[in-house]
Ligand binder design. Structure first.
Ligand SMILES: Nc1ncnc2c1ncn2[C@@H]1O[C@H](COP(=O)(O)OP(=O)(O)OP(=O)(O)O)[C@@H](O)[C@H]1O
Length: 606
């Protein structure tokens, strides 16, 4: 990364040209000039009146009317410029926002799953929504405002110096003192840390809030409230504490700043009176003093705006650095010269893997020396005790994580040399937790193959035993999931996921506990759908119900991250090891489920 930060880094990240914003800034400054013209008009008009105070009929009416027109035209010109400036800044802001959202979404999709599990959804959501949203507001509204808030006092001060440098200096004392206090305060370590703590506290509160809402079933079942859901409560309390501490930190300097700005007159008046007392008949000086007294207090308004905008600029800079942190995360490495898979068998070659890095405190090896081959068109089942590493093995195939040692091949090619897109084309997945998007059933199934026709979607749904229940939904295939009470059961969701995979028709299939949620009837449906799905494919299947994988070509018993036993069902029974033990437990469970009857449908089905 280079040294850029804040707004400059934002432009770099989004490749947005600064042109429009420069135009917005220039117009904003010009508008500020224009808006200041009426003050000058008033000055000339009052001067004309005072100069002819003894004989008011001698005033130059034409001159005064001219200044009136100049004031009016300048005001309208200023408003028009401000309008165009705001248009430009809005266009630029929305372009930045668009680029940023697209780039972030693309980048997040390329990051390894490890990033997503380490970072809570709430924290990523906060960055995506709050930080990005604030940028829009800042660039569209406040950046041009900032330019004018800086220019306005500068112009006023310059005018003051032209009129009378001594009184201008007096007016400048409180302004500079107030400004210095702000600079020292906010550029101090405490000030900078406060901004980081603010964003951290906000991020934590968001993350815990998402967790709280997501865990609502558990929250309700265990009778928790926000007071007993301690993690959420703590983040809210932390945020409050931060706000109180920060307010205390800002209180004194803020008060000084306010007092200084409101007391500009107090500084000018004594100097003015002192100077005028030395030249009692100087009418021109009296006029200048009058002008000072009328315009100096209005210095306070842009200065206060500057304080407010400065605070926002710090929030934005901190937000950009958080967005930047996401961009700095390394995406999954893509091969420079992608290779092709020459067949569809899967090979694990002495694979070792851990979720954490060796140097991390929570390092724990998960897989060790895992070696096996799943021949093309065969079914390999992964079974074994909970926590043994079955899901981990399955999730290494789509490169959710990369192996630490050894390699995984498809058709003899290391999956890291295939390129993510090609790998995804080769492999379909049916996960334990099916995620259906807030969209129509048709689109949810079509995710498997974006170019599929409606007929193909229906065919897939029929093969996955979904068609019947879909037709009973209020709008059939056009029913939106999650809307107006349309929710699917766990088993139905699984079948939609199978339909997706069927439509994708990839040569390799990874099934993770596809029947976990199913009741007997649903399981029969799912089993039928799976049978349709796995035909002629290389299948890696994780299943707790041993009945479903009895006919597998190869069964791998995974225990403590290694392959403890391997073979077909009959071979493994002969060994009389862990599998045989699990099988007997499975049989007795099946009998127990049916009240001890040996006529069990499940046992018979085996
Ligand atoms: N995202 C993760 N981060 C860190 N550790 C993880 C992660 N996922 C799983 N683990 C750990 O890896 C080990 C293996 O888990 P895995 O889910 O692969 O086992 P499994 O055999 O599929 O278990 P189950 O049958 O209960 O689903 C466990 O000790 C688990 O705690």
């Amino acid at each position: 990364m280079n040294g850029k930060s804040g707004i400059a880094r934002l432009f770099e990240l989004t490749h947005e040209k600064k042109g429009l914003l420069v135009v917005a800034g220039i117009l904003s400054v010009l508008a500020t000039f224009m808006m200041a013209v009426p003050f000058v008009s008033v000055y000339f008009v009052v001067r004309e009146i005072i100069n002819h105070a003894r004989d008011i009929s001698a005033v130059d009416a034409g001159w005064m009317i001219l200044w009136g027109w100049i004031a009016l035209i300048s005001l309208f010109a200023g408003i028009a410029m401000l309008y165009v400036s705001t248009m430009c800044s809005h266009i630029s802001a929305f372009r930045i926002l668009y680029q940023l959202r697209i780039a972030l979404a693309e980048h997040l999709a390329k990051l390894p799953m490890g990033y997503h599990t380490r970072n809570t959804t709430g924290a990523i959501k906060k960055t995506l929504e709050v930080s990005v949203e604030k940028i829009e507001n800042f660039v569209a509204h406040q950046l041009p405002d900032l330019v004018s808030a800086i220019c306005m006092p500068l112009i006023m001060i310059a005018v003051m110096f032209v009129l009378d440098w001594r009184m201008a200096l007096a007016a400048l004392i409180p302004v500079i003192a107030g400004f210095m206090i702000q600079v020292v305060l906010y550029s101090s370590k405490t000030g900078k840390d406060a901004m980081v703590q603010y964003q951290d506290a906000l991020e934590n509160m968001n993350a815990a809030g998402v967790e709280y809402i997501r865990g609502m079933p558990a929250v309700k079942v265990f009778g928790m409230t926000v007071n007993t859901f301690l993690q959420f409560k703590k983040t809210i309390t932390d945020f409050r504490d931060w706000a109180v501490t920060y307010t205390k930190f800002c209180r004194t300097p803020y008060m000084i700043y306010l007092v200084m700005l409101s007391s500009i007159l107090t500084f000018i008046l004594p100097v003015g009176i002192f100077l005028i007392s030395g030249q009692p008949n100087n009418q021109a000086f009296a006029l200048t003093l009058l002008l000072f007294l009328s315009i100096a207090p209005s210095l306070a308004a842009p200065m206060m705006r500057l304080l407010y905008l400065g605070g926002n600029l710090r929030i934005i800079s901190e937000g950009v650095s958080r967005i930047d942190k996401i961009f700095q995360q390394k995406p999954i490495e893509e091969p420079k010269h992608p290779k092709q898979a020459h067949s569809f068998d899967i090979g694990f070659h002495q694979v070792a893997f851990a979720y954490a890095k060796k140097e991390d405190a929570d390092y724990k090896p998960i897989l060790n020396e895992v070696t096996f081959t799943a021949e093309e068109g065969t079914l390999t089942a992964l079974v074994g005790p909970s926590g043994g590493g079955k899901s981990t093995i399955a999730s290494l195939i789509p490169r959710f994580w990369d192996v630490h040692q050894g390699k995984i091949t498809i058709g003899g090619t290391d999956i890291r040399d295939l390129g993510t897109e090609a790998l995804m084309d080769l492999v379909s997945f049916v996960f334990q937790d099916v995620h259906l998007f807030f969209d129509t059933i048709e689109e949810n199934i079509r995710m498997g193959n974006k170019t599929a026709t409606f007929d193909e979607v229906v065919q897939a749904a029929k093969a996955a035993c979904c068609h019947e229940f879909i037709m009973q939904l209020p709008d059939g295939y056009q029913t939106k999931i999650g809307e107006a009470g349309v929710y699917l059961s766990g088993g139905e969701e699984q079948r939609v996921a199978i339909a997706r995979a069927l439509l994708k028709n990839a040569p390799i299939l990874v099934l993770d506990e596809a029947t976990a949620y199913a009741d007997a009837e649903n399981e029969a449906h799912i089993q039928k759908a799976i049978n349709a799905l796995i035909k002629n494919k290389t299948v890696i299947m994780i299943a707790h119900r041993l009945s479903t994988i009895r006919l597998a070509d190869q069964i791998l018993v995974i225990k403590k991250g290694s392959i403890a036993e391997r073979g077909t069902h009959d071979e493994l029974l002969k060994i009389g090891g862990l599998y045989e033990h699990m099988w007997r437990a499975h049989l007795s469970t099946a009998q127990w489920r049916l009240g001890g009857s040996k006529q069990s449908g499940e046992v018979n089905a085996q």
